[in-house]
Design a protein around this ligand. Sequence first.
Ligand SMILES: [Zn+2]
Length: 375
Amino acid sequence: MTAVIDSCFDGGNIRRLQSDDATQIRLAIEADAGGEFFQWFYFRVTAARASRFQIIIENAASSAYPAGWENYNVVVSNDRTNWYRLQTEYDDRGLCFSVDMQSDVLWVAYFTPYSLQQHDNLIGRISSCDLVSTHVLGHTVDGRTLDCLQIGENDAPLKAWAIARQHPGETMAQWWMEGYLQRLVDGNDAVVRELLKQMVFYVVPNMNPDGSYRGYLRTNAAGRNLNREWSSPSVEHSPEVYLVRQKMHETGVDFCLDVHGDEAIPYNFIAGTEGVASWNEKRQQLQETFKHNLQRANPDFQTTVGYPVTPAGRANYGICSNYIAETFNCPAMTLEMPFKDTELSPDLHHGWSAERSALLGRSCIEALYSIADHL
Ligand SMILES: [Zn+2]
């Protein structure tokens, strides 16, 4: 049986190239709308059990972040529940790995996928919990629902926002949301009960459902990079940001986490908002305390490696955390998780994973608790 490659499903992305060699499958990743970015891939291989062949993603070198392929291993699964890593090489042929079929079907992805069906299941599960109200903020370019979950009372003095997946290929951000939300609705959790006395949580688990479904890395259906749209979002081209920003102005913001994945850096880290005009000693202090306590709560997080700090006054206000820090005069941070693994605490079989992302989401509640009295 010749191997069959499919990607025509929720989140799928790959194109097969012609090959005369039956032991070699040549592939290419399709670009997001606008043609500028590609890196996310997700496809299904169907082939006879025990057959062996090599898969090569040939356009890896011209992807958005080629440094992302160094020391990277693809994520695979036979049942779409248990995902693990497969030894992968990156050389002048592209991204290459050998497949030895354990059953007739294998799914291959850049990171453990998080489908829109899983998103809907998450919304359903969390919405049915006590203290939760679900808001439809509006609709995306493709007409999908933009969901915001509220946990806690409207009149709580502090408003804590968290958003994820502005960049749809960063699926670890929505796995993070699983852990964060599950903890927020756990009535037995004393830390959460304390926080809810003074705080209400607004959570957008997926900012970019269109890009998620279309199998994009970085843009929405109109080809916009949502994390550059915050200073002037448009109803037509970036309604996702327009609608969330509108809700933020309605509620106010006292703290915000924007959750992402980074292709190249093998660490969990936080990018702060040091470049905004209103940056001050208090904001610095809160950011340091948050990071320090996140590291204490979860050693998968660290504070040594990350992006270079933006010089004072040089912030790009198209970026969510900068826009929020400046507009609402509050701590706002971009949390980055790796696609590869954490260099300080590696897991050879899974790499950085859905499960570890969810645990980091839980840990962020601990870190927030450590600064809540000073917001
Ligand atoms: Zn991102």
